[in-house]
Write a protein that binds this ligand. Structure first.
Ligand SMILES: Cc1ncc(COP(=O)(O)O)c(C=O)c1O
Length: 352
């Protein structure tokens, strides 16, 4: 199809995780929250419907910016909302990275960054993590065509995280903005939000898909210096968030009790889930996210994934073929205690 731009025709395209839509299943493959979101959301959405959806929404989602600013202790001008954090990542890539320029990402990490570079006709530079999931010196090396660096922290698929001190050191070394993708930071003991106020080249992204139980809503946001926010506004769709999602996200971020209790439950489950998986023979690393990365050489992991799927249990089988040991692993989201107990029983039966 010669009418298609060459870089689009040649790119494989990002493949999202499986999203079964009917039947009963245990879903541990895309790091959603296993609990229903805050009950305050329904009332906020109904009120928005009652007011009428005949008018366009607030293009800047100011009610959300104000609520998020209070929770995160940053001025509202530092915040811009998006249709999921993937929308935000698209906006950032389009703003900073042009054709034949370079975008850097660690490997293995979130595969979408590479697809975003390919859409731009840009180069992506995948720099492997060290064996213990830290940054190699190459990740910090400046280069003239480097325009943007992505760093998921905590990282996916490993769940590991770098300290704020390591991130500051990286930001100081880089000649371009550093995007710290904090999709999973609510499950971690550290985050980089306050660093944005001190360092113009640190940009933080967040999502409502994981810790707020709102993957179905599509809502995320970016925290960045207002000079950058003004540029992102030019790139985003005028109305990239609809009135219902703005109302729901505003209600969700304001319900601190729901949030704190939910995150605490997930961390509690994560804390017993990891040793239980290790007892079944998986190699795991300490996770600061809502999933555990499991590897092992003595079993075909794809086979375990398939056998679980036949029993309506979905985990994510991932292949990073440039990573050590062929790079296969199972990324298993933290579910409810009951879901994880069933998962472990079924894995045990498969292994026996
Ligand atoms: C590291 C990372 N960033 C961003 C996202 C996307 O989140 P959203 O659902 O807000 O688009 C994901 C989703 O899995 C992720 O793992």
């Amino acid at each position: 199809m010669k009418e298609i731009r060459k870089n689009i025709a040649q790119m494989p395209g990002y493949v999202p995780g499986e999203q079964p839509q009917s039947g009963r299943f245990i879903k541990l493959n895309t790091n959603e929250c296993p609990y229903l979101p805050s009950e305050k959301i329904a009332a906020a959405c109904l009120e928005t419907i009652r007011k009428g959806l005949n008018r366009y929404p607030d293009p800047m989602a100011n009610s959300f910016r104000k609520a998020a600013a209070e929770v995160l202790d940053v001025p509202p001008e530092f915040i811009m909302a998006g249709n999921g954090s993937d929308d935000i990542l698209t906006i950032l890539t389009r703003t900073f990275v042009g054709e034949n320029e370079t975008l850097r990402l660690p490997y293995p990490s979130y595969v979408l960054y590479k697809s975003l570079a390919q859409i731009q006709g840009a180069r992506s530079e995948e720099i492997p993590f060290t064996d213990d999931w830290h940054l190699s010196p190459a990740f910090k090396t400046p280069s003239s065509d480097l325009k943007l660096v992505y760093l998921p922290n905590p990282n996916s698929p490993s769940g590991t995280r770098l300290s704020r001190a390591e991130i500051l050191e990286l930001a100081d070394a880089l000649p371009c903005p550093l995007v710290v993708d904090e999709a999973y930071a609510d499950f971690s003991d550290e985050n980089c939000v306050s660093l944005v106020l001190e360092h113009k080249n640190i940009i933080v992204t967040r999502t409502f898909s994981k810790s707020y139980g709102l993957a179905g809503l599509r809502f995320g946001f970016v925290i960045a210096h207002p000079d950058y926010i003004q540029q992102f506004v030019k790139v985003k769709d005028s109305y990239n968030c609809d009135a219902l999602s703005i109302a729901a996200a505003t209600a969700a971020i304001s319900d601190r009790q729901w949030f704190n209790e939910t995150v605490e439950k997930i961390i509690k489950t994560r804390n017993w889930m990891r040793p239980a998986l290790a007892e079944l023979g998986f190699n795991t690393v300490e996770s600061h996210a809502n999933f555990i990365w499991c590897t092992r050489k003595d079993w075909d992991l794809k086979n375990i994934y398939q056998k679980l799927k036949e029993q309506n249990i979905f985990v994510r089988f991932m292949v990073y073929d440039k990573w050590k040991d062929g790079g296969c692993g199972l990324r298993i989201s933290v579910g409810t205690d009951e879901e994880i107990r069933i998962l472990l029983e079924r894995i045990k039966a498969i292994l026996n």
